[in-house]
Ligand binder design. Structure first.
Ligand SMILES: Nc1ncnc2c1ncn2[C@@H]1O[C@H](COP(=O)(O)O)[C@@H](OP(=O)(O)O)[C@H]1O
Ligand SMILES: [Mg+2]
Length: 267
């Protein structure tokens, strides 16, 4: 086993443990607080954050940037070559709606690129792992299977995944510019990237805001599965989106708009 594969197994255990504490809260009535940005922050975000930080500290000395502890000066963060980038509960809106489409996300970033990512959806009990340059796999019902972006969906028509809770008019224009038939599928959280990674969708265009912790872990899964995640400007076609999405290269933690692609099907 490579050292990244060993780390992936350890990180998977941490993600599952975070999933367990989230589920304990999910099954009860939960309190909703207001963060400064007005997004709903639940007890579950904080409980999962605490489990993940304790777990990562027990296996490595690397710095940790989590959505729930992101207030780290750029002067310090810009020095990091390797660090953990964590969204303890992505898809808070889906959590509150109780539709199961939320995830625990843990990524290892090296020189601005995701090297390892684990995405765990506790309600679905689906675990996605991406070890960039090595392998991508999914564990469901105790069964581990290799995944890749080769589509299991019709090549006759684009299957495009989009946000369930955050739509934008720019997506309509992007779809209108794609040649051929298309089908739009709504999904919450980083599961959208995982759908592309496992060949269940061709494209995920995001022409709306996200933060670096929202994408990093699933980005690793997509890369390891053979796909790409590139910066996308409004009005660009998939073929024009060639610059990789990168991490920790600027003070703002907001991502540029981006396109997740199964790549093999890019026109
Ligand atoms: N205005 C905004 N600014 C920054 N991020 C935003 C945003 N609106 C949505 N997001 C991000 O989009 C994520 C949800 O994406 P989606 O709608 O595709 O499921 C949210 O993650 P959280 O649920 O972890 O807060 C949030 O980080
Ligand atoms: Mg998030």
């Amino acid at each position: 086993m490579s050292s990244l594969a060993v780390l992936a197994a350890q990180v998977s255990d941490i993600a599952r443990e975070a999933g367990h504490v989230i589920m304990a809260i999910y099954q009860q009535d939960f309190a909703i607080f207001d963060k400064a940005d007005k997004s709903p922050l639940t007890e579950a975000d904080l409980a999962a954050h605490n489990v993940i930080v304790a777990g990562l500290k027990s296996i490595s000395d690397l710095p940790i940037l989590s959505e729930e502890s992101a207030d780290i000066a750029w002067s310090e963060r810009s020095q990091w070559q390797r660090y953990w980038l964590v969204d303890p509960l992505d898809g808070t809106k889906e959590f509150i709606k109780k539709n199961g489409e939320f995830t625990v996300n843990i990524a290892l970033i090296e020189q601005g690129q995701p090297m390892l990512g684990v995405v765990y959806a506790p309600v679905l009990d689906s675990l996605y792992v991406g070890i960039v340059g090595e392998q991508a796999y999914k564990v469901e019902n105790g069964q581990q299977s290799t995944i890749n972006t080769a589509p299991h969906v019709s090549a006759e028509r684009w299957k495009v995944v989009g946000s369930r809770s955050h739509q934008s008019p720019e997506i309509e224009s992007f779809l209108a510019a794609l040649d051929g038939d298309k089908e739009l599928v709504a999904m919450g959280s980083s599961l959208k990237l995982c759908l592309v990674a496992e060949g269940r969708a061709h494209l995920y265009p995001r022409l709306g805001p996200t933060s670096e912790w929202d994408t990093a872990a699933a980005h690793a899964v997509v890369l390891a599965a053979g796909g790409s995640v590139t910066q996308l400007s409004v009005g660009q076609t998939p073929a024009q989106a060639t610059q990789p999405l990168v991490y920790n290269q600027k003070e703002s933690l907001l991502n540029p708009f981006f396109l997740v692609s199964a790549q093999a099907l890019n026109p």
